[in-house]
Design a protein around this ligand. Structure first.
Ligand code: ZN
Length: 130
């Protein structure tokens, strides 16, 4: 959803709850949460909020209402990159687990794979040194 599409829907929230609650900085934070969703889905979220919330909804409220839709978006996003980027090193999970000695036993250590999936989904995991 573009910033303009967002504003077209968000102006309903501003009209109802008052402009003073939504300075640009707060609008930007809310946009960041929902920008990966479509305008149609954001409209649904805003309608739910308007129907339910007596007081001006803030960032956490938008996160709460958007959560199921974001979960769906993320699941689709992940399955798309898995489908298009088969990796035999990590079985397209993005992570490689290696058993190493730890204290007197062993433990599984997780490393981010060097493939696209590993880089996208686990950018902060340690990499296996080659
Ligand atoms: Zn991989």
């Amino acid at each position: 959803m573009t910033r303009n599409e967002f504003i077209k829907v968000f102006c309903n929230v501003i009209d109802l709850y008052g402009e003073k609650h939504y300075p640009a900085v707060r609008q930007n934070l809310i946009y960041d949460v929902v920008k990966n969703l479509s305008q149609d889905i954001f409209t649904k979220i805003v309608n739910e909020i308007i129907g339910n919330e007596r007081y001006a909804p803030l960032l956490d409220d938008f996160k709460k209402y958007a959560k199921p839709f974001l979960a769906e978006y993320n699941a689709k996003f992940i399955s798309e990159i898995r489908k298009n980027n088969m990796c035999s090193k990590c079985d397209s999970f993005g992570v490689i687990c290696i058993e190493k000695p730890y204290l007197k036993s062993t433990a599984d250590y997780a490393y981010g794979c060097d493939c696209l999936i590993g880089k996208k989904l686990y950018p902060n995991f340690p990499r296996l040194s080659r």
